[in-house]
Design a protein around this ligand. Structure first.
Ligand code: CMP
Length: 146
């Protein structure tokens, strides 16, 4: 059965690597079922990462995520959650270069904070974040539905 996951191209990777990352996503057989590019508001970034609120890097993480455009993607494929995580590689690019040298983070991330990409850790989290970011798509429309 097909699965959905949420992928985010973070501001550091948007600057130079957006096209290449999108190309690899498509060539690995993911379907991009929703996509939007935007600068996250501080409130949205804080809510998105609210599970990390008590971590020492939380403020830096929120600053980083708001510093320029992000691309938010819903990716659909069999086993999408696991496949996207494996394509990204480990959170820390130093570790990615050791254990998964071909992975996107090994190639494009700078350090554990500026790590180029995000992906949901489970199907449950994916559905929750997709709903949070794309959920009420009609709220973007005006009263005439345009
Ligand atoms: P992500 O997979 O989006 O999930 C949480 C993010 O917090 C992570 O990628 C990194 O951007 C950041 N992060 C995780 N661990 C650390 C850390 N030890 N120091 C700084 N940033 C971190």
């Amino acid at each position: 059965p097909k699965q959905q996951t949420l992928a985010v191209i973070k501001p550091d990777a948007m600057e130079d690597h957006k096209e290449e990352i999108l190309g690899e996503i498509c060539s690995r057989g993911f379907t991009i079922t929703q996509l939007k590019e935007l600068v996250l508001s501080r409130d949205l970034a804080e809510d998105f990462y609210s599970q990390h609120r008590d971590k020492p890097f939380y403020n830096q993480l929120v600053d980083f995520m708001c510093r320029g455009p992000c691309m938010l993607l819903v990716l659909t494929k069999e086993n999408a959650v696991e496949e996207w995580r494996s394509m990204m590689g480990p959170t820390d690019p130093a570790q990615a270069q050791e254990t998964a040298p071909g992975s996107l983070r090994a190639r494009f991330a700078t350090d554990i904070l500026h790590n180029a990409l995000h992906g949901s850790t489970s199907q449950h989290h994916a559905q929750e974040k997709i709903q949070f970011l794309f959920g009420d798509i009609t709220s973007d429309l005006n009263s005439d539905g345009v």
